[in-house]
Design a protein. Structure first.
Ligand SMILES: *Cc1c(COP(=O)(O)O)cnc(C)c1O
Length: 386
């Protein structure tokens, strides 16, 4: 990736830098995969990154939106996503959020409990409407990823348990304020083992078979998102393996004529195109360690502190001539967890160097906070510079 560091000189760090050319290439690759199947639809998971410029680019590619709050529904529609392509998940939808989505005319509520189903039914009836709903199934499948980002196990809070799904489906068909659209699944995030998605397909096929045998409709299938990216090698692998991903569903998901298959990718679409750009403030020689203290922190990029996630640090100011040294790369926030990398080798760091943290386009800017009264990060785009 090219970083226009001459142009960065006058900008206040830290900030996000997005390679919009890479984002567009990624969207083209995904679109080409989708084009192979008339029944496949993509809903970009807005929570991965709700930056308005990125949302505009993604909606212009004709993708729908996957939202997890009323605010995301409003943001997605305000940035070009067609309301009927918006799907809305989440275990705790407030009444105002349900009303926002009803009034907007979204495509589907992904319902996560019988109690929520009844609330949506009541609110829709009060407006003389019928809410389109899919039932989110907890498929009790473990994805081989960090425990904080698995969502498909019976112990997780998400979705309706397999044993209850038939009863909730029967209730859905009886309620006058809702229209049954299909089944929704999402097993977790940063999944790189395609066998996890294959296991999901097998579970969906088994459940669909069972419901059909009981005379119940299955409707459309939403398989969620979760495809992972390579955080270790951002330049060698700047794109997730979309072909392998879609192949799993082509080969293993049984579909019926007329059945639509929905996907909700977030991370794999936006993670590679984003970097957090910081500057080196000080090198501090401790007794046991050497610290590279940068001006970026967990308030711009919380994933290392929250999930021990790795974002490759890169000294953009160093040419090939500098010797390497080993650093703990840390931010200025008053938390011991405000650490980007421990015992990491970098070309010798000097005050003022630009230090980038790569693959930060997903769950970076969207998770930024104002802790320590730090300002929210600004964002710049490759299209502004090249
Ligand atoms: C977060 C989320 C996604 C997107 O997950 P990624 O790992 O970013 O692809 C998709 N669907 C639902 C319901 C989600 O909560």
């Amino acid at each position: 990736m090219n970083f226009p560091i001459d142009r960065f000189q006058t900008l206040r760090t830290p900030f996000y830098f997005y390679d919009t050319a890479l984002l567009k290439q990624t969207l083209d690759v995904v679109s080409a995969q989708l084009a192979r199947h008339e029944s496949y639809r993509m809903h970009y998971a807005v929570k991965a990154n709700a930056n308005p410029v990125l949302l505009r680019i993604i909606s212009a590619h004709g993708f729908g939106a996957d939202c997890v709050s009323g605010g995301e529904v409003q943001t997605a529609i305000a940035h070009g996503f067609a309301p009927e392509t918006v799907v809305f998940a989440g275990v705790g939808k407030s009444d105002w959020e349900i009303n926002v989505a009803l009034e907007a005319g979204i495509g589907c509520f992904n319902v996560e409990s019988a109690a929520e189903l009844r609330a949506i039914n009541d609110l829709a009836k009060a407006k003389g409407m019928q809410a389109p709903v899919a039932l989110r199934v907890n498929p009790d499948i473990g994805a081989h990823t960090h425990t904080n980002i698995t969502t498909g196990l019976a112990e997780n809070k998400f979705g309706i348990n397999l044993e209850q799904i038939e009863d909730v489906l029967r209730e859905t068909l009886r309620l006058p304020g809702v229209t049954f659209k299909g089944l929704h699944f999402h097993i977790g995030s940063q999944i790189t083992d395609m066998l996890d998605f294959q296991a999901l397909c097998n579970r969906i096929n088994a459940l669909s078979g069972e419901l059909s045998r009981h005379g119940l409709p299955v409707g459309d299938i939403n398989v969620g998102g979760g495809l992972g990216v390579d955080y270790e090698h951002p330049d060698k692998a700047p794109m997730a393996d979309f072909e392998a991903y879609f192949d799993v569903f082509r080969r293993h998901l049984d579909t019926q004529p007329g059945q639509t298959v929905h996907f909700e990718l977030g991370r794999s679409i936006v993670a590679p195109c984003g970097s957090l750009i910081t500057r080196l403030l000080y090198v501090k020689e401790g007794t046991a360690k050497r610290f590279a203290i940068v001006d970026g922190s967990m308030t711009e990029l919380i994933r290392p502190a929250l999930y021990h996630a790795f974002h490759l640090p890169q000294n953009l100011s160093a040419d090939g001539s500098r010797p390497t040294a080993t650093y703990d790369v840390v931010g200025p926030v008053c938390e011991s967890s405000d650490v980007f990398a421990k015992a990491f080798d970098l070309p010798e760091c000097r005050r003022g160097d630009f230090i980038a943290f790569r693959t930060a386009g997903a769950y970076g800017e969207s998770m930024a906070s104002g802790y320590n009264a730090r300002p929210l990060p600004k964002s710049y785009f490759s299209s502004d510079f090249f």
